[in-house]
Design a binder for this molecule. Structure first.
Ligand code: HEM
Length: 129
């Protein structure tokens, strides 16, 4: 009993300000977050598509809704999340084929993925506004 307690006395760092995640961990977390955002966004986008196709009034309603900064911002966020999910997803698929699995190449591909997403986010902003 006493020995079991002793074995649990390992160093534990719970000070969030001193914990720094590797770039690959951040890329991984963001991929999951962007997947969940994309999933939730599907409901919003399908509702907008359905409403806009249902009638000319519905189309006008969706156009009117889109004329709001907050709605545009949410749409921009959705497009950016989708862009990151696709970029990160393609990176995953390349890794599944046995490439970019070493520490250096994994770090580099994660960084390149962030840069490509930043460019796509700017393009999404141009599209939405
Ligand atoms: C409607 C569109 C999509 C939705 C809602 C979606 C959602 C998700 C979610 C929730 C996950 C789980 C993430 C996790 O547990 O870590 C996931 C994983 C994944 N997604 Fe998507 N996704 C979509 C489209 C795509 C596309 C277009 C690609 C292609 C590039 C893609 C590639 C992947 C890959 C490779 C994984 C596995 C990642 C891993 O092994 O950790 N997804 N997706």
């Amino acid at each position: 009993m006493g020995k079991a307690v002793k074995n649990k006395q390992r160093p534990v760092n719970l000070d969030l300000q001193t914990i720094s995640f590797p770039v690959t961990a951040i890329a991984s977390i963001l991929h999951r977050v962007s997947g969940v955002i994309t999933f939730v966004a599907l409901a919003i986008l399908l509702w907008m598509l359905g409403t806009s196709l249902a009638s000319p009034e519905g189309f006008d309603d969706v156009v009117a809704i889109m004329d709001n900064f907050l709605v545009k911002f949410v749409l921009w966020g959705i497009l950016t999340a989708l862009a990151y999910h696709i970029v990160g997803g393609l990176r995953h698929l390349v890794m599944d084929m046995g490439h970019w699995e070493e520490l250096d190449s994994a770090n580099q591909s994660a960084r390149v993925g962030f840069v490509i997403t930043a460019v796509l986010a700017v393009l999404a902003g141009v599209l939405v506004w």
